[in-house]
Ligand binder design. Structure first.
Ligand code: SIN
Length: 448
């Protein structure tokens, strides 16, 4: 009999068997164009239900309703993107070196995919993985985050309504950490796609190596944002606000360290404080809220500890700085100036609404500071000097650079990191190949 401890493990194992049972039939009985048409219907259903999904998302995650609605549209955009990509899984004909031989390659689905997603984007991280998997012809077993399982359940229901076989999308909400291990070790699972911490990503990669699964990992970041003294400050402040305070600072691509060239530090801080003073934290469904709560108490404690460490090393609190008393995991948007480059906030991703500003003098110095981290997901730079923009973008050791904008994420842009931020690319023209394998077909003796 299944003991309570391994209940989830066995439920997950059953889900994997169920997904596997339709894998071959699903792929062999549909063309890319047909899967594209199903994705199009799924997209349409998400759009038709966007307001309800946004309410559920806001209630379970806490992000303001407008931001939740933006995320639902962002989530749908991956579905419509891969609806277009699914019919375009081109292979090659290859001139063979052997006489009388035709050589070609085709793209096939990798098989059952284990999808493990985070709570900060309960909708978009599901569709950014599942839509390309479906487009490629894979079935999926999803372990949604235990904090936000409902948005995932709704998306899966709509996928089935759109016409995907019920067994092709399995959702296993659980708090049991063994569930991810089951996905990473079960031999029927051929691919793991994970968004989350670098620590867990490394464990999953090690476990997945046992059965040589394909793996893509979108892991932690510690994004540098560089402001040169020739930057347009209106554009820069808007970019910093977008990059730093989206999802209350809880995204892997949020600016974590803001380096400002010394000559403009004072003016930059003043203008940023003005912009931050217009933010208002509160409940997600309150229409005046711009900043929702953090995910839990330890997230609040982490922001507080980054602030007290920086202040003990000489930083100044310009606005915010202390968690309010009472219920909820709120933290006021905070700006610290004169942050020394040895403060913990420059090393460890805060994942909260803390803008930590460090001054720098030269381009060389700031590039070294920006790259002095094990992480390499996103980086930002602001300058009106086109040569400098290209030079610094080329030197930043990250998977994504945004120049003169705080927006690095888009459906059509390859999303992913280098160094300890992981490997693999999501969205874009590359996203579907993460769920495909290439088969070479050699036809010999054709003139016999
Ligand atoms: C994240 O993974 O935290 C960022 C998601 C995005 O910007 O697409």
């Amino acid at each position: 009999m299944t003991s309570p401890e391994n209940y989830h493990q066995s439920a997950l194992a059953k889900a994997i068997v169920s997904a596997e049972s339709v894998q071959e039939e699903y792929f062999l009985s549909t063309t890319g164009a047909q899967r594209g048409a199903l994705l199009r219907k799924w997209n349409d259903l998400i759009i038709a239900n966007r307001n309800d999904i946004a309410i559920i998302l806001s209630l379970e995650n806490g992000k303001p309703y407008a931001e939740a609605l933006g995320e639902v549209l962002y989530a749908a955009s991956f579905v419509s993107w891969f609806a277009e990509e699914a019919p375009r899984a081109y292979g090659h004909t290859i001139p063979s070196a052997t006489p009388n031989t035709i050589l070609s390659d085709v793209r096939e689905p990798v098989g059952v995919c284990g999808i493990i997603t985070p709570w900060n984007f309960p909708a978009a991280m599901i569709t950014r993985k599942v839509a390309p998997a479906f487009g490629a012809g894979c079935t999926v077993v999803i372990k949604p985050p235990s904090e936000t399982p409902y948005t995932c359940a709704i998306l899966a229901k709509l996928a089935v309504e759109a016409g995907f076989p019920p067994k092709s999308i399995q959702v296993c909400p659980t708090k049991d950490r063994q569930a991810a291990s089951e996905l990473a070790t079960n031999p029927l699972v051929k691919k793991i796609s994970f968004t989350g911490s670098t620590g867990v990503g490394k464990i999953l990669a090690r476990l997945a190596a046992g059965t040589l699964k394909k793996v893509s990992l979108e892991l932690g970041g510690n994004a540098p944002l560089i402001v040169f003294d020739d930057a347009n400050l209106d554009v820069t402040i808007e970019g910093v606000m977008t990059s730093k305070f989206r999802c209350s600072g809880q995204t892997c691509v949020c600016a974590n360290r803001i380096y400002v060239q010394r000559g403009i530090e004072k003016e930059f801080v003043q203008r940023l404080v003005q912009a931050v003073s217009r933010l208002k934290y509160g409940a997600g469904l309150d229409s005046t809220t711009t900043q929702g709560p953090l995910v839990n108490r330890s997230a609040v404690d982490k922001v507080a500890s980054h602030i007290s460490d920086a202040v003990s090393k000489g930083a100044q609190v310009e606005i915010g700085g202390e968690a309010p008393k009472g219920e909820g995991y709120f933290f006021p948007p905070t700006v610290l100036s004169s942050v020394p480059t040895n403060a913990i906030v420059t090393i460890d991703e805060t994942f909260g609404p803390l803008a930590a500003i460090c001054a720098f003098d030269t381009e060389d110095e700031v590039v070294k500071l920006a790259n002095a981290t094990e992480f390499g997901l996103a980086g930002y730079l602001f300058s009106e000097n086109i040569g400098r923009c290209h030079r610094v973008a080329a030197r930043m050791q990250v998977g994504m650079v945004a120049v003169n904008t705080g927006k690095v994420s888009a459906t059509e842009a390859p999303f992913g990191g280098v160094k300890a931020s992981g490997y693999g690319r999501e969205g874009s023209v590359y996203g579907m190949e993460e769920y495909q394998v290439i088969k070479a077909i050699t036809v010999g003796n054709i003139h016999r």
